[in-house]
Design a protein around this ligand. Structure first.
Ligand code: ADP
Ligand code: MG
Length: 322
């Protein structure tokens, strides 16, 4: 007997706006992702001051002000288009790239899922210019205005056009905590830059680090003096593998409520959830209950990093094996 099959679906090409919105939603999943991209842009622009202002966990407003190079007026037309970058020209440049970004996708992605306003001034411009963007494009010609040298990017109503994503992010306070976490981590890793993050309308900052402090100063400011006091400096280098690691960990005497793990690979903050769990399990196995380590590790590597945490070993052994 013939089995009845469903009629095949009709295949259609998706319209460009839908394609871009889906792609953007994959790059930018929450306010903290958008902020990480914007912080990296500010660092690429050689800023020494980065100030972040947040409303409703960044869903209503996420604003970043830096004192970097600014964007040239001529470039403002295309700055939010996909694959527009000042950091890469030809494929070979990838071998010597020293910036965080180079694909020209971050601002484009953000502008497909939020209202973006950029106010920017370069050192040789008499005034600042302001542009408002939607779906990668300028909404109207840029206008001259007052402004400091550097760039201010305002992201409003994130995911206003992706209802499902918006609903999935229920709690502004969770999003705010993630935003503060991203700023804190970049602040520890970039101690030559002063960072602040605060809620819109608040006079006190959630995190404030001074320019030209040290990583340990910033760990003290952000995570507290009791952690800073326990820090051990560790480093490891293997020239053959062009591998370098250094960082700070708390020793076994310290007890805190949860494992804090900051991992930067090639200066990029890495989401290291499973590695953090593995490290925490090792500490848990060897130390009394509820003792957790603090770790800040930064590695520079050209090869692939592979950390194997042995079941009966310690994290320092695991590091030694790298
Ligand atoms: N804060 C900033 N200061 C100066 N220029 C910026 C800033 N943010 C973005 N830009 C410019 O916009 C371009 C596009 O940024 P982005 O979409 O993040 O792509 P990418 O960083 O990969 O180049 C950058 O190449 C840079 O020229
Ligand atoms: Mg970028």
């Amino acid at each position: 007997m013939a089995v009845s099959k469903p009629a095949p679906g009709v295949i259609r090409k998706l319209n460009e706006v839908v394609v871009n919105r889906i792609a953007a939603g994959e790059v930018i999943q929450r306010p903290a992702n958008a902020l990480k991209e914007m912080i990296e842009n500010s660092l690429d622009a050689k800023s020494t001051s980065i100030q972040v202002t947040v409303k409703q966990g960044g869903l209503k407003l996420l604003q970043i002000q830096d004192n970097g190079s600014g964007v040239r007026k001529e470039d403002m037309e295309i700055v939010c288009e996909r694959f527009t970058t000042s950091k890469l020209q030809k494929f070979e440049d990838l071998n010597s790239i020293a910036t965080y970004g180079f694909r020209g996708e971050a601002l484009a992605s953000i502008s497909h899922v939020a209202h973006v306003t950029i106010t920017t001034r370069t050192v040789d411009s008499k005034c600042a210019y302001k542009g408002m963007y939607s779906d990668g494009k300028l909404k109207e010609p840029v206008k001259p205005c007052a402004g400091n040298i550097g760039t201010q990017i305002t992201v409003e109503d994130l995911f206003y056009n992706i209802t499902t994503r918006r609903k999935a992010l229920k709690s502004p306070s969770d999003e705010h905590a993630k935003v503060v976490e991203v700023v804190s981590r970049y602040a520890v890793h970039n101690s030559g830059v002063g960072f602040t993050v605060k809620k819109h309308g608040d006079s006190t900052a959630d995190v404030r680090t001074p320019v030209n402090s040290s990583p340990v100063d910033n760990i003290r400011t952000i995570f507290g003096p009791s952690i800073a006091k326990e820090l051990l400096n560790i480093s490891h280098e293997n020239q053959q593998m062009s591998f370098k690691l250094n960082g700070y960990i708390t020793n076994a005497n310290y007890s805190m409520k949860k494992c804090t793990f900051l991992l930067f690979i090639n200066h990029r903050l890495v989401d290291s959830g499973s590695l953090k769990k593995a490290i925490d399990n090792i500490y848990q196995a060897y130390l009394p209950k509820n003792m957790h380590p603090f770790l800040y590790l930064r590695t520079v590597l050209s090869a692939v990093l592979y950390v194997k945490c042995p079941q009966n070993g310690s994290f320092s052994n695991a590091l030694r094996q790298m």
